[in-house]
Design a protein around this ligand. Structure first.
Ligand SMILES: Nc1nc2c(c(=O)[nH]1)N[C@H]1C(S)=C(S)[C@@H](COP(=O)(O)OP(=O)(O)OC[C@H]3O[C@@H](n4cnc5c(=O)[nH]c(N)nc54)[C@H](O)[C@@H]3O)O[C@H]1N2
Ligand SMILES: Nc1nc2c(c(=O)[nH]1)N[C@H]1C(S)=C(S)[C@@H](COP(=O)(O)OP(=O)(O)OC[C@H]3O[C@@H](n4cnc5c(=O)[nH]c(N)nc54)[C@H](O)[C@@H]3O)O[C@H]1N2
Ligand code: SF4
Ligand SMILES: [Mo]
Length: 661
């Protein structure tokens, strides 16, 4: 008999939905929304529903595999674990533990996924990745400005008079916030979308402002200049709760509104309009992650923060510089899981430049890579170098549910469970502040095992089994230690499935910022604001811009979380190259033409789509697509780092395009 069980979405996403999962005969039949979830209210997206297909797919990895003479052979878990442990033991004795690289991303929001860090720390400390392809530049920027990256609770948008969606593809990537926007609009809020693409959120906006990719910081600077010219700044906030404002005034003296308009390609009238809207408080700003994946990404977010501050929209209901909500993750005692003090050695590679580092680093060289919750060959920039690097090491171990483009390169592939096959708790530090519980609902197919089981088995073989000798219950309790003291226990979570975390609904209400000065810092100890432009632009690289005249965005796909669903779609996916109308006209390109997009790093081929109302000279190809379907788009992207060192330059990318026959 079928029964409906509560669970949660594990995907790396803003929304962190509650699920109703139909289970029959130890099999997941259907994934739906949990109507009682306070934020996600019974609605989920196609990616969530597809977790049923992911779980039941006949393409699931079900046994450990070892590559012998270029071919994968099935082997037993004992053989796989013994051989991997032996290799790690030898490397520890002969070369040093940092000859092992742990390459990962955040494909699963389960809190126990952090136990990979404990494993590598107890082993002795390996080479780990720092920075983030996803949101790194913006997080660091907000840490400089506010001391941390905190957002308002989702419902607060109902208090806003004006709402600015700045580079967030809400309708596609953050569907429950889209519902809130519709509600706020009904209550009379004005909605403005600032985005080079006329996306589904722009369709419901009162104003869509297209901007030249990567020029948002300059646009924000122009709006601040207009606010000052019109005398609309919040002097009380500036005088009492900030430092460094004179540096901003000095900087803005060096540029005219005309110049801002010319460079951003935003008409002057729109800049003045934005100044008035920001001053007509409360105005809420919701930044996406797209606009900071540029070399100047840190300055972009800092300038938008500065605009929110100058206009007096910090720490007020209906306002805010909403980017991420790190308060959510900070509620848990993740350090109890990871045991960072156990590592004796430590080395770090930038996540952006991991491939170059693998190829170049000596003392010690990287001998072994273990990949968890990531698909670097598809997702990390400059794919041809990634491919080369991951093929170059003695031993590559990939733990995954499917034979991805990264897994294909591996020496050992270990089959992992999906969300419904293990117990965990799930949250996201991107949007709402509720934690969800996900019990084990069905058995895993074949010999697929949870990541935690794999670490436990390897730990035993490597002599630190006692560090993993805990039950799931005990692990989960470790992460909830502080919350339990506040009355929020695992028992309650298991019973209620969703609990509200005790975070500030409106951050910075008390204006006690976490910066060194305790104030909002226009100028930080890390440096002043700069009027910066993208690396691959006509201003910084005129020769390159002549050869490659178009800006390439590679935004997140509609039907897949990154690379996770392409191989499971009913209709075989095709790589679509979306171009602005002016490009199609200039190059005489028509819908469905086969085109090649290229630059010095590589190329991809795909079918043309013409984008209406998007910014001129702009191309988009959705990210995540597998090699066999024409990808990866990261053949084209660069492995650069943002100005503050912690973010990627995935969208800071110039290309050319041609029709092929
Ligand atoms: N369907 C779907 N949803 C997802 C994901 C997915 O893969 N698929 N991934 C999840 C994850 S991990 C993340 S990080 C989030 C990301 O969520 P978003 O930030 O919403 O999405 P991105 O695709 O990263 O960013 C895309 C938006 O930024 C705009 N953009 C790009 N460059 C610029 C610029 O220079 N200026 C401005 N103003 N806008 C710009 C794009 O046109 C696009 O509208 O989505 C999450 N949700
Ligand atoms: N060009 C371009 N590149 C991008 C982006 C972009 O916008 N443009 N976005 C970037 C962003 S924002 C992000 S967050 C990254 C995401 O990059 P990744 O996290 O690497 O991408 P995913 O495809 O979500 O997942 C990686 C793999 O994890 C596996 N997996 C899922 N659950 C589990 C699990 O429980 N255990 C194990 N061991 N494996 C599991 C999946 O099967 C999948 O193969 O991509 C980045 N790359
Ligand atoms: S992918 Fe995001 S929106 Fe879709 S079900 Fe999961 S958490 Fe919800
Ligand atoms: Mo992301």
């Amino acid at each position: 008999m079928a029964s409906i069980m509560k669970s949660a979405c594990p995907l790396n996403c803003w929304d962190s939905c509650g699920f109703h999962v139909t289970v029959e005969d130890d099999r997941v039949i259907k994934v739906d929304g949990d109507p009682s979830h306070p934020i996600t209210k019974g609605k989920i997206c196609g990616r969530g529903r597809m977790l049923e297909v992911r779980t039941n797919s006949s393409e699931r990895l079900t046994t450990p595999l070892k590559k012998v003479n270029g071919e994968f052979q099935q082997i037993s878990w004992n053989q796989a674990l013994d051989e991997i442990a032996l290799k790690m033991k030898q490397l520890k004795e002969q070369v040093g533990t940092t000859s092992v690289l742990h390459s990962h991303d955040y494909a699963n929001n389960g809190i126990l996924k952090n136990l990979d860090q404990r494993f590598f720390n107890c082993y002795g400390g390996v080479t780990e990745l720092y920075g983030s392809l996803c949101w790194g530049a913006g997080i660091e920027a907000q840490k400089w400005d506010f001391g941390d990256a905190y957002s308002h609770e989702p419902q607060d948008v109902i208090n806003s008079k004006n709402i600015i969606i700045w580079g967030r593809n809400v309708a596609r990537t953050n569907m429950h916030f889209y519902e809130n926007l519709l509600e706020a609009k009904k209550k009379g809020a004005k909605l403005i979308v600032i985005d080079p693409l006329f996306n589904a959120t722009a369709k419901i906006a009162d104003e869509h402002i297209t901007v030249k990719p990567g020029l948002d910081g300059l646009l924000a600077a122009g709006v601040i200049k207009e606010i000052l010219r019109l005398g609309l700044e919040d002097l009380e906030f500036i005088n009492n709760s900030s430092t460094g404002f004179t540096d901003v005034m000095e900087l803005l003296e060096g540029i005219t509104i005309e110049k801002v308009s010319e460079m951003t390609e935003v008409p002057m009238g729109k800049i003045t309009m934005l100044a008035q809207v920001f001053a007509d408080k409360p105005t809420a700003t919701f930044m996406g992650l797209g606009l900071q994946r540029y070399q100047n990404g840190g300055n972009t977010i800092r300038f938008i923060d500065a605009l929110v501050a100058v206009s007096g929209n910090v720490g007020i209901a209906g306002g805010g510089a909403n980017y991420a909500n790190l308060q959510v993750g900070q509620s848990f005692d993740i350090g109890n899981l990871t045991l960072n003090d156990r590592r004796e050695n430590h080395r770090q590679f930038s996540i952006m430049k991991q491939a170059e580092e693998i190829l170049a680093t000596i003392d010690p060289e990287i001998k072994m890579i273990i990949v968890t919750c990531g698909n670097p060959v598809t997702q990390v920039p400059d794919s041809s170098v990634v491919q080369q690097a991951f093929s170059s090491v003695e031993t590559l171990v990939v733990i995954d549910q499917f034979m991805t483009d990264t897994a294909r390169l591996a020496d050992y592939v270990l089959p992992a469970t999906t969300v419904f096959e293990e117990e965990d708790i799930y949250y996201s530090s991107m949007y709402h502040h509720y934690v969800n519980y996900g019990p084990k609902l069905v058995s895993a197919p074949g010999e697929a095992k949870p990541d935690l089981w794999i670490w436990t088995q390897l730990a035993e073989r490597l002599g630190f089994g006692e560090d993993f000798n805990f039950s799931r219950e005990e692990w989960l309790n470790m992460t909830l230690k502080s919350l339990s003291e506040k009355g929020l226990t695992l028992e309650m979570l298991k019973e209620q499935h969703t609990l509200e975390l005790p975070v500030k609904p409106i951050p910075w209400l008390d204006r006690q910022f976490k910066t060194p000065s305790g104030k909002f810092e226009f100028t930080s100890e890390h440096g002043r604001l700069e009027l910066a432009v993208p690396q691959e632009s006509k201003w910084r690289n005129p020769e390159l811009a002549k050869k490659y005249p178009y800006s390439l965005l590679t935004i997140h796909p509609m039907r897949s979380n990154h690379s996770q669903n392409y191989h499971l779609l009913k209709k075989e996916p095709k790589l679509r190259v979306e171009v602005s109308e002016d490009i199609a006209k200039k190059m005489q390109l028509q819908e469905d033409d086969v085109v090649r997009v290229w630059n010095e790093r590589g190329d991809v081929r795909g079918y043309l789509t013409i984008l209406s109302k998007s910014h001129p000279n702009t191309i988009n190809i959705d990210e995540g697509i597998w090699k066999k379907f024409g990808g990866p788009v990261n053949n084209l992207t660069s492995s650069g780092e943002s100005d503050n060192g912690l973010g990627s330059t995935l969208y800071d990318c110039l290309v050319n395009i041609e029709k092929v026959n």
